[in-house]
Design a protein around this ligand. Sequence first.
Ligand SMILES: [Zn+2]
Ligand SMILES: [Zn+2]
Length: 233
Amino acid sequence: MAYTFVTIPGSGIVPGDVLKRLPGVRVVSADPVDPAFPHSQTLHMADGSLYFIDPAQEYVVAREMEDPFHTNVLVVGPTRTADDRAFLEGYAVDVAEQTGTVATYALHNDYSVTDFDAVYVVGTATKLRDANGLVLIAEALVAGMPVYDSANPQEAGHCVCGLGQNVQPLRDERGDIQCFECAGLTLGCAHCGEYSDVEELEIVKRGNTFSPVHSTCIAEARKAHPRVKIVTV
Ligand SMILES: [Zn+2]
Ligand SMILES: [Zn+2]
């Protein structure tokens, strides 16, 4: 099963959703809102616990998607110096690797932001000084798309399985970092659409775009198209 992160009001949370703040635990049902307490709604969780939300507030949830392989994200950040651009490119690889999405990094603002499903920012959207990035972020916000800041260094770390997490570190109920795979948010191959362990996926570079693909799918593609150069990172 594959999941995509969506930012929705608490009232939009449905059974099956996984709250970003409670990775690995599914929502089973939501109680109706009591008009006497319009800012409190009870969610019944798969582990038997109750979780209280505000229906009017926004939450990030992982939701099972019909067609997760169209999850394309745009990665923006400072591009002024060569170091900035190299860092942005490296961050796009991290995004592809850690979230299982097809990640394109923006070296100019000539992108139609709405062709993408989300925007990942190097640093913090509100602190970004780079003109290109700001234009793209503004467009994304106007279009109501999710915009994710990168984790600050204190939030980043390693999952118990050893995978480094610096893009969107999820926390389990004890506060420990969990990677997407260990949280049950399995990752898919952008080529065949099958799911797999993160370890089985390689990141393929095409222009400014990085896609997670099975190593076995790459081997097959190399056999089928021997003249085509497939670049992996
Ligand atoms: Zn893990
Ligand atoms: Zn594959």
